[in-house]
Design a protein around this ligand. Structure first.
Ligand SMILES: [Zn+2]
Ligand SMILES: [Zn+2]
Length: 317
């Protein structure tokens, strides 16, 4: 089969021919229809997070078909032990032995893959393969982050890329006010955010017209944490939703005082996936996508890095 492979971190992906994967007991043999690109793929490519296996086929937002024609989604959480303290307390997202798709096991920038059936997710029929793919990480980890904002009415989204463009729609559907923060002067993305229902959009260096009850940071720039704290009302929460962030600069205690809090979100549970994928068609979440053939997987990553598209990139083998 053909696959876009990361041979060494810091080097471009190479589209090449590799042996077909063979399913082990409990695994499905899958033909990939579409695989969305996540910032985590870029962090692995850039060596901002450590690879555990090389060479590796990246991609963990896979829409695929089984041999008998069933459609399934393969997300980031590929396997857990089921026995550790976290698995036993409903937090399999923190499993100490978890294996993640496209990091610990080969992922979806390929024609074929295999996946443990117990971690595959059902997909809403309403969405095409390409439109459903970005839901599988940006959507459902974004949804987990949104849950941690509890009943916040005024919600800030810092970094308006793949995850935020879906979570904005969910938040508006839930009756929240969305304030979108983009790179300063990025008027194109600010217009995109207001088109998706944000009541205000501006640069991340600006303060919103009203203090926020919560903010989710999807971007990987650590300086956004103190910036978001200063935009919060007392009692507000900053949720950091990325796997990697640059160092957070120091900030005055006053920014945290008055019961403001900061918390991170890691990975997903299968329950997050099932809940979000059931909710998405009711909103309905509409994805904005740019598609790339497998041969252009490296181009998709560099376009993500440069902010050349709005919404999500999807690889179509
Ligand atoms: Zn576990
Ligand atoms: Zn991801």
């Amino acid at each position: 089969m053909r696959a876009a492979v990361l041979e060494r971190q810091g080097q471009p992906l190479k589209t090449t021919t590799v042996p077909d994967p063979t399913p082990q007991p409990g695994q499905l043999q899958l033909t990939i229809q579409a695989c969305a690109v996540c910032r985590t793929d870029l962090h692995l490519r850039e060596h901002e997070i450590e690879a555990t296996k090389l060479p590796i086929t990246l991609g963990h937002q896979i829409v695929a078909r089984t041999d008998d024609g069933r459609r399934v989604g393969v997300p980031w959480l590929g396997w857990t032990d089921g026995t550790c303290h976290y698995c036993q307390t409903g937090r399999e997202n923190l499993c100490v032995n978890a294996r993640f798709t496209g990091r610990d096991v080969d992922g979806g920038f390929a024609e074929l893959t295999v996946a443990d059936e117990r971690y595959c997710l059902p997909l809403p029929d309403e969405l095409s393969d390409q439109d459903a793919a970005p839901l599988l990480c940006g959507g459902l980890i974004g949804y987990r982050a949104l849950r941690f904002t509890k009943d916040a009415t005024r919600l800030g989204l810092y970094g308006f890329g793949s995850a935020a463009h879906m979570i904005c729609q969910v938040a508006v559907h839930q009756g929240r006010e969305v304030y979108a923060f983009t790179r300063p002067k990025d008027e194109r993305t600010q217009a995109f955010a207001t088109q998706l229902g944000a009541i205000w959009a501006g640069g991340s260096d600006e303060l919103p017209p009203n203090p926020l009850d919560a903010a989710i940071i999807f971007a990987s720039a650590g300086q956004l944490v103190p910036q978001a704290l200063t935009a919060l009302a007392p009692g507000g929460t900053v949720v950091t939703a990325g796997i990697h962030m640059s160092d957070i600069p120091s900030f005055p205690y006053d920014s945290l005082w008055q019961e403001r809090s900061i918390r991170s979100v890691a990975n997903l549970t299968r329950q997050d996936g099932e809940e979000f994928l059931a909710l998405a068609p009711k909103v309905p979440v509409r994805t904005t996508i740019t598609t790339y053939p497998l041969e252009q997987a490296e181009q998709a990553l560099s376009d993500l890095r440069a902010g050349r598209f709005e919404g999500s990139a999807v690889i179509v083998p």
